[in-house]
Design a protein around this ligand. Structure first.
Ligand code: AFP
Length: 336
């Protein structure tokens, strides 16, 4: 008889001992709350075309991206879920310029959540994969709590993502490995399907928006040229896969190895411009990937050492298999 699958709640309960005591209840409550919201988001995505939820609301968000109806709805759903969890003192969201304070949950043990509720939303209208990315940081009892989100990625207590693809998958870390769960749509429960994820030391696939090739740092261009240059003995060329949704590209990289990269636009070398947001895209994914035995770099150093000074700050990222990311850094060094 097959063993009874472990639910997300059971797994979180079993991980409590690895958490600092003051955050244990908050982390369990908040990740549980995010999982409940993810079930609703998955259902809403499946019905979006039928409920007139596709398309844009006609404006741009603080990062200058076109705002989709589901971005706004996802933000409200996440805020309600975090409020109900009782463990979140403030939400830093892609869809809000300033942190949203939740004073009712404030206190020394409460957490600040940084979240992109519907990441990859330009995929929505073509029925492509999208995701939710989240990061939990201590509020340190600050009031307002939002500013506690600023600081290094190493300060994260937990992080993870939900990928809405053919199946809905939630991956989380509390700094004790990375674990993946698949939603059983019948019961509404996330079940452990990918325990202790370990990213292969080296991969065969890279993911990057190659349309930006001419704006990259010389080291980045030379590295991608290298990955594309055939060398049978070395396992090249690598294959290219790119979905336009960070969650889908990181999830593939986590399971199969290789690289996901979003380097800065270096058209003006004096002012490199990154695209992805540090607090709710780059830092949480770096935490998850490191916990799976991989590496996350800006090209010049470890992503988790970057300190955020603004809520919607951007950062470059090269993440994935240890050896592949180390080689990318080597190409940057040689070209600087
Ligand atoms: P959207 O949420 O605006 O679609 O942006 C998605 C994203 O932040 C990230 O999930 C993707 O990896 C990246 O942007 C895609 O960017 P490009 O369209 O420039 O390749």
């Amino acid at each position: 008889m097959a063993a009874t699958p472990v639910t997300l709640s059971e797994h979180l309960a079993s991980q409590r001992a690895h958490l600092p005591r003051e955050h244990a209840s908050g982390v369990v409550a908040v990740i549980g709350g995010i999982a409940r919201v993810a079930v609703v988001i998955a259902q809403e995505l499946a019905h979006a075309a039928l409920r007139d939820r596709l398309g844009s609301v006609g404006g741009t968000n603080v990062s200058g991206d076109e705002v989709k109806k589901l971005d706004v709805w996802g933000h409200e759903a996440m805020l309600a879920g975090l409020r109900a969890s009782g463990g979140c003192a403030a939400l830093v969201s892609e869809e809000a310029k300033e942190p949203v304070e939740i004073p009712v949950s404030a206190g020394a043990s409460a957490l600040v959540v940084c979240c992109d509720p519907v990441d990859g939303s330009s995929n929505l209208d073509v029925n492509g994969a999208v995701g939710t990315i989240f990061s939990l940081r201590p509020s340190r009892g600050q009031s307002p709590a939002g500013p506690a989100a600023l600081g290094r990625g190493t300060e994260q207590v937990a992080a993870g993502y939900v990928m809405y693809g053919p199946g809905t998958v939630l991956v989380y870390t509390i700094g004790h490995g990375a674990h993946g769960f698949t939603l059983n749509p019948e019961s509404g429960e996330f079940l452990l399907t990918h325990p202790e994820i370990r990213i292969p030391k080296r991969g065969k696939v890279y993911g990057i928006n190659e349309g930006n090739y001419y704006s990259w740092h010389a080291g980045q261009r030379k590295f991608v040229d290298h990955l594309r240059t055939p060398d049978k003995a070395e396992g090249r060329p690598y294959s290219l896969r790119y979905s336009g949704a960070m969650v889908a590209d990181v999830h593939r990289t986590l399971l199969d190895g290789g690289l996901f990269m979003y380097p800065a636009d270096c058209s003006d070398p004096a002012k490199p411009k990154a695209k992805l947001r540090l607090l709710y895209e780059v830092a949480p994914m770096a935490f998850v990937v490191e916990q799976a035995g991989g590496r996350a770099s800006t090209g010049a150093g470890r992503v988790l050492e970057l300190a955020a000074t603004e809520y919607h700050q951007r950062a470059a990222i090269i993440l994935g298999s240890q050896d592949d990311v180390a080689l990318a850094e080597e190409f940057y060094r040689r070209s600087s």
